[in-house]
Design a protein around this ligand. Sequence first.
Ligand code: ZN
Ligand code: ZN
Length: 148
Amino acid sequence: MANLERTGGCVCGAVRFTCQLTDTGLQACHCVQCQRWTGGGPLINVHVETLTFEDESAIGTYHASDWGERCFCSKCGSTLCWKMQGKPSRSVAVGLLDDQTELAMSEEIFVDRRPDWLPVWPAAGQSTEAQEIVKLQDYLEGEKNDQV
Ligand SMILES: [Zn+2]
Ligand SMILES: [Zn+2]
């Protein structure tokens, strides 16, 4: 059984956290925003049950869409996590973890945005931008209904 309790942080160390992974699967997002945000390649996330920051004062946020929020270290610029606005984070960028052992790619999304130079992870589930937009619209519709 893999150890799901992990620690991690940004390049400069101003942001440190502990998290409990949901599982050992990785998710790669090939959307254009994630490519630009990481500076090349997909944003690769681990899913987390809990994510607890030691100190949140250095965390910057950017709203690149009406629903999403991108969190980064405002001191060193490190990518931290993508989350729904107003919601707790359900994922964190895998490169932040101090220990990246026992993890494996399980899902690729926005695969039709993958650049030509990047190979496919053949064992991973694949979904397109159109499929992800449908999932997102279902989610946002559900949120609206919950508020009524
Ligand atoms: Zn930093
Ligand atoms: Zn993305």
